[in-house]
Design a protein. Structure first.
Length: 271
């Protein structure tokens, strides 16, 4: 795991949408925060970011916002976080044990966080911890990566890849991972994704050249080689169900970029 996240941090500049939020995703999050602040008018917003997504750290926050970011990986903090300031900081800790007092946060936000969590235990632990630190009048904003209810065959993903019908390598990578996904309790082991890729594309440099993709972006999948870590991609219904006991969904956004229908941002308020 430390090697995996060290490499992920080093590759960050080559990671693109949908694995990172697009401007449309950030604009929606900004509108949600602005709308909440317009109704509540607190003098200083306490916000927590699950992870160190720089696009969220640097988005337009209400004046006076204090942003606390929490990530379990020090390499990600060191390599990706845009830096501490007087109004924002990052700490290394687990999302299931946030270093924050109860009911202290007005807003909790994250990008794709649940893909890293095992279902159901880690999902429940993080949902419970977010509810613990969030105020009763607070807002929880999360972008998800959701797999389709009907699995997409891996063969179709590779057909679209070789046929030039996929816009960028990261769209392909997510489609392949979802195609190889089992039930939510199983997820998909990253090594399995790499093995399928390597068997179907033994000469990735040639593919990158033919499709006009940066070779560095294509080689980001090599970070999956031999890695036992599992990613989980819930269906939209499963994602909503994971929050239903503690939160009420009040808004959502399905972006209109490639694979955007699988990358919704959901906005919740506490029950």
């Amino acid at each position: 795991m430390p090697d995996h996240w060290n490499q992920h941090a080093r590759q960050w500049r080559w990671i693109a949408s949908p694995l990172r939020p697009a401007p449309k995703d950030i604009a929606f999050a900004e509108r949600a925060v602005k709308g909440w602040h317009g109704k509540n008018r607190v003098p200083a917003v306490n916000a927590s970011l699950l992870g160190v997504t720089p696009e969220i750290a640097l988005m337009q926050w209400p004046t006076g916002t204090r942003l606390n970011a929490v990530d379990r990986s020090q390499p990600m903090i060191d390599g990706v976080w845009p830096g501490d300031t007087a109004t924002r900081n990052a700490r290394c800790a687990e999302w299931s044990d946030l270093p924050l007092p109860p009911a202290s946060q007005h807003i909790v936000i994250g990008d794709g966080c649940f893909v890293l969590l095992a279902y159901p235990d880690a999902y429940r632990a993080v949902v419970g911890e977010v509810r613990r630190v969030l105020r009763d009048d607070g807002l929880f904003i999360m972008r998800f990566f959701t797999r389709p209810v009907k699995p997409e065959p891996a063969a179709k993903v590779f057909d679209d890849l070789h046929g030039g019908r996929i816009g960028n390598f990261h769209v392909f990578k997510w489609r392949l991972a979802m195609a190889l996904h089992g039930e939510l309790e199983q997820g998909v082991r990253l090594a399995v994704v790499w093995d399928a890729w390597h068997a179907a594309v033994p000469e990735p440099e040639s593919l990158a050249a033919r499709l006009g993709w940066p070779r560095e972006a294509v080689h980001t999948i090599d970070n999956y080689r031999g890695v036992a870590t599992r990613y989980t991609f819930p269906t939209l219904t499963e994602a909503r169900s994971a929050f239903a006991s503690a939160f009420i969904e009040i808004e959502n956004f399905f972006p209109r970029y490639e694979l955007g229908e699988r990358c919704p941002t959901l906005v919740f308020r506490p029950r």
